[in-house]
Design a protein around this ligand. Structure first.
Ligand code: DGL
Length: 278
């Protein structure tokens, strides 16, 4: 019997583009036994500058598509979508689509973890314009760590640098240095910086180069992988609906050959994606 007939399916992983691959990579290392279906909405990336309604509509389309492919659980491996669409989808759409399906984001698990990482409670957030303007990190940090202070900086040029394969080029240095400086000028006491966009770990070498050594740079990959493992452990009813053949498939709204060549570089393995329209 195939997966569909058994009512089981892959875990869906969604991002506007290539950034979610940094999350997928960490999840697969932690939980290799599951099947995964990655969807990058590359044709419409970046989401960062887009309005609340557009990010919500695009994200909902992607989530529904992944549900139609048999996913019971979808991870929004995108801070912008987590900030602007997750709550609406969880509260207003899931009850109508299928109350047994689940969509999880990346902001809450990151904020839960930061309490173990920061000593001064002065946290820097780097994210897209959409994530920073939504104040989602400020709101979640206030709930869980009310004494912490949050300093935020949007980095509108970083996602385009990654999507255009310029992350390792000399030109990227200028904008990496610029936004880190602008963040650090807000406070001398920041001891941890959250990379609040899943594209940013692709720029990690340059981010490290311009960040003083005593500051923790917090990447989300392992945090989300640990949080997913914990979730599946606590939710047996969901775990048994997630198929386990160790496979990973890729969908993109852009040209499949283009996705394959860039994703293969990011993941260091051959990728054979399929083009879809949302
Ligand atoms: N990876 C997305 C995030 O974490 C980037 C969004 C974009 O497309 O601008 O926010």
């Amino acid at each position: 019997m195939n997966n569909q007939a058994q009512g089981i399916g892959p875990i869906g992983v969604f991002d506007s583009g290539y950034g979610g691959l940094t999350i997928l990579d960490a999840i697969r290392k932690k939980l290799p036994q599951y099947d995964y279906l990655y969807l990058g909405d590359n044709a419409r990336a970046p989401y960062g500058p887009r309005s609340f309604n557009i990010v919500y509509r695009f994200t909902l389309e992607a989530v529904k598509y992944l549900f139609d492919q048999g996913c019971h659980l979808v991870i929004l491996a995108c801070n912008t979508a987590s900030a602007k669409a997750l709550r609406n989808i969880q509260q207003n759409d899931l009850p109508n689509i299928d109350p047994t399906k689940r969509v999880l984001g990346v902001i809450r698990p990151t904020v839960e973890k930061i309490g173990e990482i920061s000593h001064t409670g002065n946290i820097g957030i780097l994210g897209t314009t959409g994530t920073i303007q939504s104040k989602s990190y400020d709101i979640e940090i206030e709930k869980i760590h009310p004494t912490f202070k949050v300093f935020s900086q949007s980095c509108p040029l970083w996602v385009p640098l990654v999507e255009n394969l310029e992350a390792h080029g000399d030109g990227a240095d200028y904008f990496v240095h610029k936004y880190i400086n602008e963040l650090l000028q807000q406070s001398n006491d920041i001891d941890s910086i959250i990379l609040g966009c899943t594209h940013y770990p692709i720029l990690i070498d340059k981010i490290r180069k311009y960040t003083p050594d005593h500051i923790n740079i917090v990447e989300q990959g392992t945090i989300i992988a640990d949080s997913l493992a914990d979730y599946l452990n606590r939710h047996h009813e969901m775990d048994i609906k997630c198929s386990k053949n160790g496979s990973c498939s890729y969908l993109t709204t852009e040209d499949a050959d283009k996705f394959n060549s860039l994703a293969s570089i990011f993941l260091n393995e051959n990728i054979d994606s399929k083009h879809i329209n949302l």
